[in-house]
Design a protein around this ligand. Structure first.
Ligand code: URA
Length: 229
């Protein structure tokens, strides 16, 4: 990692402030004064700032209860973004591990650990995602079998992998999918001639949305939640 990024991450200071400290000869790498912001440092290097040893920066992991009307994108010209709701230093360095549509609500994971988010989202790791949906029309009993068998989505060449559908009411169900295709749940219902009116994500793998989080609130993941992915 670049030295300026390392220092910004481990101190919470801006890159501009870090640059000033480098120019003021306040930074040493393995005892040697260092002014080059692009110097590559690893966990094996000892970085000190004003003679204080710096902790190696740790990746960050958050869960958010995404509200309706907020987009899962780094920026958007017309809508508020999930990242704009995160009031932490360098929130722009976080990315979303598994997007939700603008009108969907519930669990969203945010991190700056690319390998971790790959594990959370890659189809190879088959991480279960659990959604509750309400639909425009009643959901027939045989939809359960159709979800289990796999559904050919419009414009795709392979049916969906077996998914679990549990009816909770006439127009309400819980869906568990093991892959993450574009608009998957809405398109599965659309293929059966129905329309999803609301979609809420309850969990990703064994990470469940914390019921104490109001829409728009977030919290760090626990060590067990991080290790579960
Ligand atoms: N399926 C959808 O249709 N939308 C989402 O946001 C997530 C899963």
């Amino acid at each position: 990692m670049r030295l300026d990024k390392y220092l910004a991450k481990s101190t919470g200071l801006s890159r501009k402030e870090v640059k000033r400290l480098l120019h003021a000869d306040e930074v040493r790498v393995n005892g040697e004064r260092e002014r080059d912001p692009s110097r590559h440092v690893t966990e094996a290097d000892q970085v000190t700032l004003d003679e204080r040893p710096m902790e190696h920066p740790q990746p960050r992991y958050l869960m958010m209860n995404k509200p309706e009307g907020v987009v899962c994108a780094a920026d958007d010209p017309t809508h508020p973004t999930v990242l704009a709701l995160v009031e932490l230093p360098r929130a722009e360095e976080l990315h979303i591990a598994g997007r939700l549509d603008i009108d969907a609500t519930g669990l969203v994971l945010l991190t700056d650990d690319g390998k971790w988010s790959h594990r959370a989202t890659s189809p190879r790791h088959k991480t279960d995602k659990v959604y509750t949906v309400t639909t425009a029309d009643p959901i027939p009993e045989d939809a359960v079998i159709a979800f289990k068998k796999g559904i050919m989505l419009n414009g795709e060449h392979f049916p969906t992998k077996p998914a679990d559908l549990k009816l909770l009411g006439t127009c309400e169900a819980r869906v568990v999918v093991h892959e993450g295709r574009y608009h998957q749940v809405k398109r599965m219902f659309a293929a059966l001639g129905n329309r999803v009116l609301s979609l809420h994500r309850e969990s990703i793998g064994s990470i469940e949305l914390d019921e104490d989080l109001f829409p728009g609130e977030y919290r760090p993941l626990t060590d067990a939640e991080i290790a579960s992915i």
